[in-house]
Design a protein around this ligand. Structure first.
Ligand SMILES: O=C1O[C@H](COP(=O)(O)O)[C@@H](O)[C@H](O)[C@H]1O
Length: 237
């Protein structure tokens, strides 16, 4: 595991955008699973504003690690967030974009997306392999859409599962642990003081860390990198 700690969330965005640009430049085709929520918006803005000439988006295949079960125009849609902050501003062919359709029947969509991963990603260890999985960390220790109260979904034998948000009851579709840990590179993008306690518990292996799905991120043969700002890293020992 490696940590990259930057001063501000804006600096995290620049560091991560640079990392991504180098990764894409080094490969002919790059399969990426994106995270949702609010943290990636600053990274996507940075990529769109300052890395356009450096990135050949035709080489990039975009997938999502999780989606809320809402239509693609809904304010809570991870797809909409990505369109608003990145996709609408870059030259990426439409056929390179592979959303989870949050408006579909969740169980059918989880199955469809799992089959899509099987048919379109390269295989390693008998499972689909992303070149890069980008993850966020929820205040409660969730990652993708695997929450502490459903931590057993991590060990699912399926590529994707239907999850439920613990407070709102909103259904989610999420990739599972076997897909995340089979990736070539997994990165956490975490900023803000409100994440510091969980970051410490997970990285230092203390407190309640075994209850958090994010603690189960351990790539089998790939790399794990944490991109943090000093606020999120502030309690690390
Ligand atoms: O619900 C979600 O939460 C996590 C963390 O989101 P953030 O707003 O705290 O950045 C995110 O990684 C996940 O993709 C999303 O659907």
């Amino acid at each position: 595991m490696k940590l990259k700690i930057s001063k501000t969330k804006q600096e995290v965005a620049v560091d991560f955008a640079r990392y991504l640009a180098i990764l894409i430049a080094a490969r002919d085709k790059v399969h990426i699973a994106l995270s949702g929520g609010s943290t990636p918006t600053v990274v996507f803005d940075e990529l769109a504003a300052n890395f356009q000439p450096d990135i050949d988006w035709t080489k990039v295949q975009l997938y999502w690690g999780d989606e809320r079960c809402v239509p693609p125009t809904h304010e809570e849609s991870n797809f909409k967030m990505t369109v608003d902050h990145l996709i609408s501003k870059i030259d990426i062919p439409a056929e390179n974009i592979h959303p989870i359709n949050g408006e579909n029947t969740p169980e059918h969509e989880a199955k469809r997306y799992g089959q899509l991963l099987d048919s379109s990603l390269p295989t390693e260890n008998g499972l689909p392999r992303f070149d890069l999985v980008i993850l966020g960390l929820g205040d409660d220790g969730h990652t993708a859409s695997i929450f502490p109260h459903q931590i057993q979904l991590w060990e699912s034998r399926k590529n994707c599962e239907v999850a439920v948000h613990p407070e709102s009851g909103q259904k989610r579709i999420t990739i599972t642990g076997r897909i995340i840990n089979n990736a070539n590179i997994v990165t956490f993008l975490v900023t803000g003081e409100n994440k510091a306690r969980k970051v410490k518990e997970i990285i230092n292996g203390v407190g309640e860390f075994t209850n958090y799905p994010a603690s189960l991120v351990r790539p089998t043969s790939g790399k794990l990198l944490w991109f943090l700002d000093v606020a999120a890293a502030g309690l690390l020992t």
